[in-house]
Write a protein that binds this ligand. Sequence first.
Ligand code: PEP
Ligand code: MG
Length: 759
Amino acid sequence: MKEVEKTEFIKWFSNLDKNSGNIAGGKGANLAEIYNLKIPVPAGFVVTAQAYNYFIEKAELKEKIKELLDRIDYEDTKQLDEISRQLRAFIVDSKFPEKLKEEILEAYEHLDADKFNISKGSALDILKTSSEPVFVAVRSSATTEDLAEASFAGQQDSFVNIKGEMNLLEHIKKCFASLFTSRAIYYRNKKGFEHEKSSLAVVIQKMINSDKSGVIFSKDPSYQKEGVLIEAVFGLGEGIVSGKITPDKYIISKELKILDKSVSNKKIAITRNSSGEKEVVRLSEEKANSQVLKEHEIIRLTELTINIEEHYQKPQDIEFAIEGEEIYIVQTRPITTLEKRIKSGDTKELKGEVILNGLAASPGIAFGKIRIVEEMEDLDRIKQGDILVTKMTNPDMVVSMQKSAGIVTDEGGLTSHASIVSREMGIPAVVGTGEATTLLKDGEIITVDGFTGKVYKGKVSEAVQKEIIQADVKTKTKIKLILDLPSYAMRAAKTNIKEIGLTRIEGIIAESGKHPNYFLKQNKINEYEEIIFKGISDIAKYFEEMWIRTSDIRSDEFENLEGSPKEKEANPMLGMHGIRYGIKNPEVLKAELKALKRVSKTGKKIGLLLPQVISVEEIKSVKEFIKEVEFTDVKIGIMIETPAAVQLIKELCEEGIDFISFGTNDLTQYILAVDRGNEAVQYIYDEMNQAILYQLEYVIRVCKRNKVETSICGQAGSKKEMVKFLVEKGIDSISVNADVASEIADYVKELEEELEHKE
Ligand code: PEP
Ligand code: MG
């Protein structure tokens, strides 16, 4: 019989232990350790650090790498990036030595058959029944302490859902290459670690197709007594982490007695389809309200938890998955401090009693006294540091929102007013909780976690504010800012970004307290022009180029402004707002154009962004007004946020526009027929729906053909999956909120390097 494990290149978990760090890296050694405790971890093996060294040696890269590393001037970021790119290209472009390749593929082939004893050779006898290769996770596992720390900072790559031999080999190389990202090189140099001594193992582990999954805290923090807390959902566990699903909760004593159980309405499950893509599945009412874990599973998980905690002698934070009847422990780590979690971008739950769940709308953590706002008069009661709790924020609340430490709403989705404004202000917010105003009591203290969408009883954490940091401005795909409020311009400017991709002037208008109709009726349209001019000039101080949108005033959002139309619209989303309002009220539109013209005369570049466009005629009309006010030095752009604009993109380009910007907030609601403000349907409000992606791709293609610049200013531009899609399709720029600008810029840089490499 052939032996599976022949050399030091491949090691199965059973042949490693906690002291195998120099072979298997920290991650690999840790997995082996719990494997050896007879804890059921998903089957896997390690491509060892020795395999990496062998790869480098056989590919004759050692000298080349050294030569390039020696040339680095660590203060020259551009040069560092370039060398990093070359180093990674060397690795990714090199072939696997035959011997190593064979061993890896042989191990991969046997992964499916392996349950827990493959290393002993016994599983070789198991005939493989499935012809489909298995999905695996491919994770970098750093060998030396410096790299372990670096990997904590997310410097080495890991990949999930990898299937097929070629794919596997390619991703192992990508892990190897991630030893030479600019950040990793810079970090090692700064810490005084030698590049030559750095090596990397790669853990290959079978992906579990979770029917159920969840997290366990070996000490339940909210109970304040000995007990294990298990949270579980159907499907993949990320629904818990992102705060999208309210999990079932079980509290179990160390004597294995179930002390408490709360079965929630899960509504949805996140699952993976046969191509490995994630899908959101709506659960039937019955399934959604049924208990996720069977009693024996609860007890078994608790036993495993006690085992792990005893072994490590520290409270543990554990992730588990259940496929069919098999329970797996996917990860275990000591319960970390809040500070560490925030730093690593990990948004695990705080320890405390969760009293409400909603959508994580604006990152950060705040605590304070609840102030429930039912009517406009209640706004006066908001004091600095309170938590504003209301059905739904509207633009009149902006001043009070600024005073509050945190915001919680009943209604709304991630593209609602409350979400957009609170992110700009850097105020932690949770929206769409459904019942905040009925459940919460005025005057009591709560903690709002805008990272996870959870609201806790009392103060369970110090306040954490997401800092604005400088973004890398050297990406090919330009990163621009979304900025609506002049008083937050200075904050946003900390990103070092000089272009604005969207300013909604409604923020400025709302601060005046008056609807444009008021100025019209009072014959005071000049005053309106002045307000816009002043507001935009305040923003312009910090920026070079600004795309400013003409007003888009929805009747439901702005009904409290003085002079607003009295008639209630049945469907405000489809009503009198956007460019149709401007064309119907030319004096208002012309006042806005004149204000912008005056700003452009101060030497700033202005792009005009027209909202809710549905026809070529609208552009023709606006051009007439532009001519009338003699606004010459201006670019004309349109929001692509209606299905009509998508369908007509060719004609719109031919009419003569300079740029388009995707308003995915509206485009999604109009294409999917899903109200962006209604929390009950947010689970299907998905900008990544294929129907939307087709439209985006089509518009980019047509615009490219017509030399029209493309951009995005909807909230989806702050989501990595959308950014990836758009960068790959060749979008020219992406507009984001200041709080994520640096993160998105870094991501774009990585994507661009990858693309360049593929070309
Ligand atoms: C959009 O619709 O994506 C957009 C940016 O505009 P708003 O959110 O103001 O509707
Ligand atoms: Mg819109």
